[in-house]
Design a protein. Structure first.
Length: 113
């Protein structure tokens, strides 16, 4: 199993980023996927989750209305579109296959004020 995140970077508050997670080594279309994040000194927290077919999504209250999770089962990629970014969104963002211990290496998102 391999999960490779990309798309992180430095952005000003109010800006946008789109994260991607390329998956391989398993049947992508049968698994729900999720994005988590971990800020310095804090626990890893769930950001968004998407069902295997993409019809059901859930978000943490802190990102609801600003972030959108989506997936392309033909390309084995899950996305996280992040708009109206805030300094408190600064964290390492991780992609994971739901209900497993499979994680990517993470991608750093830094939002400056």
């Amino acid at each position: 199993v391999q999960l490779v995140e990309s798309g992180g970077g430095l952005v000003q508050a109010g800006g946008s980023l789109r994260l991607s997670c390329a998956a391989s080594g398993f049947t992508f279309s049968i698994y729900a996927m999720a994005w988590y994040r971990q800020a310095p000194g804090k626990q890893r927290e769930l950001v968004a989750r998407i069902s295997n077919g993409g019809s059901t999504t859930t978000y943490s209250d802190s990102v609801k209305g600003r972030f959108t999770i989506s997936r392309d089962n033909a390309k084995n990629i899950v996305y996280l579109q992040m708009n109206s970014l805030k300094p408190e969104d600064t964290a390492v963002y991780y992609c994971t296959r739901a209900r497993t211990n499979d994680w990517g290496q993470g991608t750093q998102v830094t939002v400056s004020s």
